[in-house]
Write a protein that binds this ligand. Structure first.
Ligand SMILES: [Zn+2]
Length: 319
């Protein structure tokens, strides 16, 4: 008989933690495989990231120097995407909202159509093990590029993507610039998300949600600085998709034990626990749960409640 999630956490049984169904709704396809999977494929070790990096710039400096040269082409991306699904299934993840950056279309001679065909085949290939809900990813750094913006509009029309996510540093472009694309995504009944509040202040989290009519926020942890913003998020049922190890390694949070996810949870803000970029941060969803328990951030009961809430609306899995 399998042991339940609460017992698995309290007895530190990682195999049993992995056996319990979980979700990952904040992960980026390009960096979502385990680094070890890429090393096996390349037949060579890759330099580990430092334990602390200076924000998103520090992370990108590491990724550009160590990871990107090996995977920044169609073959590399497709290997990573398939490995990411394998690694997620091994970890007991039964549903993923995985973002695919619009620029991945540049790897395909057939452009966005061919990228979408690959993604649809991936959904189909794994549909008995995990539900992959493709998410369209767009970097704020590309907001001034009319060609990429037009391509993103086209991608929305293709009907493959169930959600949209905006990322990279907030100061690069105000949310208003993205309004037309997000309005189009809303009309296509896509879920709307954006990265905000990973480093910025609480008011910027609320403002971005209001301007873009977001359903959920990626990170959003700066909201913990304002009781008023947390109350507003709670009342509007705006879920924050938190990635604890990412926050610690990019120095948005000094250490896991002090992670503001506790404050957010205590103030009634819906939260989920996710990986962000497994290749860089190295912790699967199961490991993130285990780390939060061992750091004393949550009780096993509380983590089970967070896990169960994340599974609402996910097609029943025979796990
Ligand atoms: Zn992210």
């Amino acid at each position: 008989m399998s042991i339940d999630f609460i017992e698995a956490l309290s007895t530190d049984n990682l195999t049993a933690i992995k056996a319990s169904p979980k979700t990952d709704v904040h992960c980026h396809a390009f960096f979502s495989a385990r680094r070890e999977s890429v090393e096996r494929w390349l037949g060579q070790p890759l330099t580990k990231p430092p334990p602390k990096m200076k924000g998103v710039e520090g992370m990108m400096a590491y990724a550009d120097a160590v990871l990107a040269p090996h995977i920044k082409h169609r073959e590399g991306f497709e290997f990573v995407a398939v490995s990411a699904m394998n690694d997620a299934v091994q970890d007991g993840v039964v549903m993923l909202e995985m973002s695919f950056d619009i620029r991945l279309a540049e790897f395909y001679s057939g452009g966005i159509t061919e990228l979408c065909a690959f993604i649809e085949a991936l959904v189909e290939r794994y549909n008995r093990q995990a539900e992959l809900r493709p998410e369209l990813g767009f970097s704020r750094g590309n907001a001034e590029d009319p060609k990429l913006m037009a391509l993103a509009q086209e991608a929305v029309e293709m009907g493959v993507f169930q959600s949209i996510d905006l990322y990279s540093r907030q100061e690069v472009c105000p949310p208003e610039v993205m309004k037309p694309l997000f309005t189009k995504a809303r009309a296509a009944e896509m879920k709307l998300k954006a990265h905000v509040g990973e480093f910025e202040d609480a008011d910027e989290v609320r403002r971005t949600v209001e301007v873009l009519d977001l359903d959920e926020v990626q990170h959003g942890i700066a909201a913990a600085e304002s009781v008023e913003v947390m109350r507003w998020l709670s009342e509007h049922h705006i879920q924050l998709n938190v990635c604890p190890t990412s926050n610690v390694m990019l120095d948005g949070v000094p250490e896991l034990a002090a992670h503001p996810i506790r404050v957010l949870f205590d103030n009634g803000v819906p939260v989920t626990i996710n990986t962000d970029d497994l290749m860089i941060f190295g912790q699967s969803v199961s490991e993130e749960y285990r780390n939060l328990y061992q750091a004393g951030v949550f009780s096993a009961d509380e983590l089970d409640n967070i896990r169960r809430a994340s599974l609402v609306g996910v097609t029943a899995q025979s796990r």
